[in-house]
Design a protein around this ligand. Structure first.
Ligand code: DTR
Length: 337
């Protein structure tokens, strides 16, 4: 009798799962910056791929521009199920991601594709506890960061006292260089520029076009400051509710999406700079070798500070750092970037 009950219950559960799979699942995906920006461009690409590869079993309802969750409540919103999926900029959560914030260190990433693949491999190997409450669907980075300003920064001396919007490690680096770093998410930057709270920002060149910053920040200075790490996360219970097939599709898509986003941004940043030169005659400056060496020297202390945080989180900080640098070398060689 007991076996019959168990068999019946199992059959009912399987039927329920089959029905729900056939009925289809719609997942909500929250993103914080405006729709034209690369975090949202990659979101739309991922959504299309999921619908195609699951044969329509899973569809994605996207919410760009903080219409569902903003930059600072993205993590909590996904953990509590306000959104099924969310895109996080890790730099907006100081101290929350002590291991994966390694990617935001001044290790001279020059390619977003390389940095994004390195980030995915580090996550896969170390599975840091900082992500234990969510499912990570993919990871990627911004491109290297440069100064975009209303007044020309032709030398490091021009940075003295200059209020520049940034986040993550770049805030400390700007302070070390004598500038006035002002921390805020990208989505708050247009108003800060418009009100004169900041005289420019430090980020990757895509925002010259996607946020139209080329109009107000007509001077760009190549500083090759760190990339910013992003994580696309999913509510754990919603992840567990998905069918085996849907989970398989999303897991297979994860590293592909990291690579796709990195490649997209590597190509796009130069296009955005060219667009700014054409439309607003923006000017780009480079610094001297001695100034780049000064930036490197004044950024080096960040690595030790990161090691302390990562060790406190239980990670082998030296191993993570060594792996990051060897993976960087591996992908730069493989991709010729
Ligand atoms: N540089 C980081 C990340 C970033 C670069 N481009 C965009 C576009 C939209 C949102 C964030 C970013 C930053 O400044 O926040």
């Amino acid at each position: 009798m007991k076996k019959l009950i168990t068999l019946t219950a199992t059959m009912a559960l399987l039927a329920l799962m089959a029905v729900s799979a056939l009925a289809g699942t719609t997942l909500t995906y929250a993103n914080f910056p405006p729709a034209p920006t690369f975090p949202c461009v990659q979101m739309e690409r991922w959504a299309k791929e999921v619908e195609k590869r699951t044969g329509g079993e899973v569809s994605i309802q996207t919410f760009p521009g903080s219409t569902l969750l903003g930059p600072k409540n993205m993590l909590r919103g996904v953990q509590t199920g306000q959104a099924d999926i969310g895109c996080l900029s890790l730099a907006y959560y100081p101290g929350v991601f002590p291991v994966m914030s390694a990617v935001n260190l001044p290790v001279a990433f020059t390619s977003t594709e390389v940095a994004s693949l390195v980030m995915w491999d580090l996550f896969t190997k170390y599975q840091p506890a900082e992500f234990k409450d969510v499912k990570v669907l993919t990871l990627f980075t911004s491109a290297p960061s440069h100064v975009m300003s209303k007044t020309p920064v032709k030398t490091l001396a021009d940075l003295k006292g200059l209020e520049l919007r940034a986040s993550g490690t770049i805030l400390q680096i700007l302070g070390n260089l004598g500038a006035q770093g002002v921390g805020m998410p990208m989505s708050q930057t247009p108003e800060a520029l418009q009100k004169g709270v900041v005289k420019g920002l430090v980020s990757s060149y895509d925002v010259l076009k996607d946020m139209n910053f080329a109009e107000t920040c007509r001077y760009e200075t190549v500083t090759n400051l760190p990339v910013y790490p992003f994580a696309v996360i999913m509510n754990k219970a919603r992840w567990e509710s998905l069918s085996y097939n849907a989970k398989k599709v999303l897991n297979e898509l994860a590293p592909e999406q990291a690579r796709w986003t990195g490649k997209y941004l590597d190509d796009y940043t130069s296009q955005a700079l060219a667009w700014g030169k054409e439309k607003y005659q923006i000017e780009e400056f480079t610094l001297t070798p001695a100034e780049y060496a000064e930036i490197k020297a004044k950024s080096s202390g960040l690595v030790d500070a990161w090691k302390e945080g990562a060790a406190k989180a239980g990670a082998d900080a030296d191993a993570v750092l060594a792996d990051m640098l060897s993976l960087k070398q591996k992908y730069e060689t493989e991709l010729g970037k």
